[in-house]
Design a protein around this ligand. Structure first.
Ligand code: EPZ
Length: 408
């Protein structure tokens, strides 16, 4: 098992490029099930989750069953359900479990597919779905108690492309990854409009054809790198990104006193002046991304004042707080959020990664902590960050991947 060895105290300096977006890649990979032939996807990041999806799709050649050993590794496997149903009229997908973020229900996915005419049985840990008469377009609203669902929107969007007639999807997720998926599908012959708003219309077609597609940059990786530069008091430029998708984060960073410039496909920040605490509340796009909440918590430890972080998407997404406190942070849980006092000098320590974004937060904390930090179980990081240690090292950080033989 690998770990990261991080030496703190070095301001990041230099330029780095964004990798392809994991959360755009996964549904687009699943969408290739909707058509005969091969799509050419460029800019796919070399990540564990992308490899897992690749293995899942390979296993689905001539089958409609997504097995538990793959689904349990990656919740996004659930978005093969819609394409399989639309293309073959049946699908068997293992139920994805929960994770450290808390409950990860898929009731909205199933509700949407049933609205399109699927008959669904969930038993023995399997979702068994059939559409004996094909799928029929309909009007439905996918809003859940926690707001829109990203992969739920993706599942219904994909299924509706081959349904009979028109589907009007209300309460749709507005994330850039949904826009990317819809644009990819339109390039394959789908008839989708309204992507990026909460109301998407899909005119069913009889078949789709393969296409060539360039993946967009990973906005969460970009946000993570910007926060690393800000925390360490450095000067950082990220190329090959889409500043327009980072508006909420950039506004929050500027509110702390950071100077940030941006162009069409680059963002540059120059830290140095003392940073003021700025409280955030996570919400669906275009709000503050829940996938940057843990990283913002690490950043808050170097800001002057008290930061309140309210997590509105996954109320239990605070496992990283206790690990940061082991590094000397002063973080208290408070209702559906957390209070972070700063600035605090963190001290390096052995810490345990628990999920993808929590792991990133611990690496960022290690970059400013006094002494050495060992972040264990970085396989969590490898799911969603392409060579993060190499990117940080190229900016002057002392981060290296080591073999962790200290047991589970
Ligand atoms: C996507 O997950 C992302 N994953 C997550 O990123 C991200 O945190 C999440 O969206 C929210 O932005 C991918 O795109 C692969 P949701 P998804 O359905 O689609 C509730 C990362 O680190 N809900 O939008 O699974 C749910 O419990 C990962 O890259 C229902 O109630 O999330 C949550 O509170 C982590 N019923 C809220 O909706 C459902 O049927 C949003 O979840 C589905 C979801």
């Amino acid at each position: 098992m690998d770990a990261f060895l991080v030496e703190g105290g070095i301001p990041l300096q230099g330029t780095v490029s964004a990798s392809g977006s994991k959360n755009a890649a996964l549904p687009i990979q699943a969408a290739t099930l909707l058509m005969e032939g091969e799509c050419s996807l460029h800019g796919l990041p070399e990540l564990r989750d992308v490899q897992t999806m690749r293995r899942l799709l390979e296993g689905l050649e001539g089958s409609v069953e997504a097995p538990y050993e793959l689904v349990r590794q990656m919740r996004a496997s659930v978005c093969v359900l819609g394409p399989l149903l639309a293309r073959y009229g049946r699908a068997i997908v293992a139920l994805p479990g929960g994770c450290v973020l808390g409950p990860r229900p898929i009731d909205l996915h199933l509700k949407g597919l049933e609205a399109l005419g699927a008959e669904i049985l969930v038993e023995h840990g399997l979702i068994q779905a059939v559409a004996p008469h094909g799928l029929q377009g309909c009007s439905l609203d996918l809003t859940g108690p926690m707001g829109p669902t990203v992969l739920g929107t993706a599942n219904i969007l994909m299924a509706a492309t081959l349904a009979e007639g028109k589907t009007v999807l209300g309460g749709a997720a507005q994330e850039p990854e949904i826009v990317e998926l819809a644009n990819f599908l339109n390039s394959c012959g789908a008839l989708i409009s309204g992507q990026g708003t909460s109301r998407i219309e899909i005119e069913g077609v009889s078949e789709l054809h393969p296409c060539e597609w360039n993946l967009p940059p990973d906005r969460i990786e970009v946000g993570t790198l910007l926060l690393a530069g800000a925390m360490t008091g450095g000067r950082l430029r990220v190329n090959g990104c889409r500043p327009i998708e980072q508006d909420c984060l950039l506004q929050a960073l500027r509110a702390t006193g950071l100077e940030i410039q941006s162009g069409e496909d680059w963002i540059e920040l120059q830290a140095g002046q003392p940073l003021q605490a700025h409280s955030i509340q996570t919400s669906a796009y275009p709000g503050f991304p829940t996938d940057l909440q843990a990283q913002w918590m690490a950043f808050a430890t170097v800001c002057e004042g008290t930061t309140f972080i309210e997590e509105k998407i996954y109320p239990e997404r605070f496992v990283h707080a206790e690990e940061l406190n082991r590094m000397g942070a002063k973080i208290q849980r408070s209702g559906g959020g957390a209070l972070i006092r700063g600035p605090i000098s963190l001290s390096g320590a052995p810490v345990m990664a628990s999920d993808l974004r929590a792991s990133a937060a611990l690496v960022l904390a290690g970059l400013v902590a006094e002494g050495e930090t060992v972040v264990r179980r970085v396989y969590h990081l490898d799911r969603g960050y392409e060579g993060l240690e190499k990117k940080l090292a190229s900016l002057g950080a002392k981060v290296s991947r080591i073999l962790d033989e200290s047991g589970p």
